[in-house]
Ligand binder design. Structure first.
Ligand SMILES: [Zn+2]
Length: 85
């Protein structure tokens, strides 16, 4: 199954969110993804959002691709491709 992982953290926790990957094995490491971390704070406030689309057999295994600190602050939703008319 394919899942969309969405992790949120406060701007003040940004360094923690990246340091949490050190020593953690995951297929997501050293790959690019979309995030608001590098975007100046806008109308949505200081909250940062990181997103990944991953393949995994279950929600638990999808979240296990994130370090525990990120997984505890993330949601995994099953997704599938659609064709926009
Ligand atoms: Zn951030």
């Amino acid at each position: 199954m394919r899942f969309m992982l969405r992790h949120r953290h406060d701007a003040s926790e940004c360094a923690v969110a990246y340091a949490a990957w050190r020593g953690f094995e995951s297929p997501l490491r050293r790959e690019s993804t979309l995030a608001t971390c590098a975007v100046p704070a806008g109308p949505d406030g200081p909250e940062h959002l990181l997103m990944w689309t991953v393949e995994a057999p279950s929600v638990e295994e999808a979240l296990a691709q994130l370090p525990p600190w990120l997984a505890a602050r993330a949601e995994a939703r099953p997704v599938a491709e659609v064709l926009i008319p």
